[in-house]
Write a protein that binds this ligand. Structure first.
Ligand code: INI
Length: 161
C-alpha cells in the first residue's frame, strides 16, 4: 500500500507573518495584495495576518528570522522584487536574500516562503504581480498554507508511530 500525503489547505486557524520589502514598492504592494487575497479566500482572518515592511530584499532574512523566532506565526512569507537592470548588485542582493531565507526555514523548522521576484526588467516583475492568477504573492500564500497543513500532518503521523 502506497502512503501519500497530498497538498491541502489546513482546516484550522492559521497565523501568518508577511515580511515585504519597500524597494520597488509599486510591485511589492501588488504581491502583498495577492497574498492577502489568497489567505482571506482560504479563511485566514485579517487579524491573523501580520505585515512588516523592510527597506529592501537584503533585509528580508533578518526580519523574517525575528518573526519566525517569535513562535507566534505558523508561516512567514517573504515578498520582494529584485530587478536586474544594469547592475551586478542584483546577484548579491538576490543571492543573499534567497540563501538567508532558505537557512531560516531549516533553523526554525517553519515554512519560510520565498516570494521574491528576481527578474531582468520591470515588465517581467509586473507580469508576476498581476491580479488573481499570475500573482506570485497569491501563489506563495497558497504554498504557505499547504506547508502548514503538510507539517501538521507529518507531526501527527510521527506522534502516532
Ligand atoms: N533591493 C530590492 O529589494 N530590490 C532591488 O532590485 C534592489 N537593487 O536593485 O538594488 C535592492 N537593493 C537594496 C537592498 O535590498 C538593501 O536594502 C540595501 O542594500 C541596504 O542594505
Amino acid at each position: 500500500m502506497v502512503s501519500e500525503l497530498a497538498l491541502e489547505i489546513p482546516q484550522r486557524d492559521c497565523n501568518i507573518a508577511i515580511v515585504a520589502s519597500e524597494f520597488n514598492r509599486f510591485v511589492v504592494q501588488q504581491l502583498v495584495a495577492g497574498a492577502y487575497d489568497a489567505l482571506q479566500r482560504h479563511g485566514v482572518s485579517e487579524s491573523d495576518i501580520h505585515l512588516v515592511w523592510v527597506p529592501g530584499a537584503f533585509e528580508l532574512p533578518l526580519v523574517a528570522d525575528v518573526m519566525a523566532a517569535s513562535g507566534r506565526h505558523d508561516a512567514v512569507i517573504a515578498l520582494g522584487a529584485v530587478i536586474r537592470g544594469a547592475t551586478p548588485h542584483f546577484d548579491f542582493v538576490a543571492g543573499e536574500c534567497s540563501r538567508g531565507l532558505a537557512q531560516l526555514a531549516l533553523r526554525h523548522s517553519l515554512p519560510v516562503i520565498f516570494g521574491v521576484l528576481t527578474t531582468d526588467d520591470v515588465d517581467q516583475a509586473l507580469e508576476r504581480a498581476g491580479s488573481g492568477a499570475g500573482n506570485t504573492g497569491f501563489d506563495t500564500a497558497i504554498a504557505a498554507l499547504q506547508m502548514i497543513s503538510l507539517l501538521d500532518r507529518l507531526e501527527t503521523n510521527e506522534e502516532q508511530q
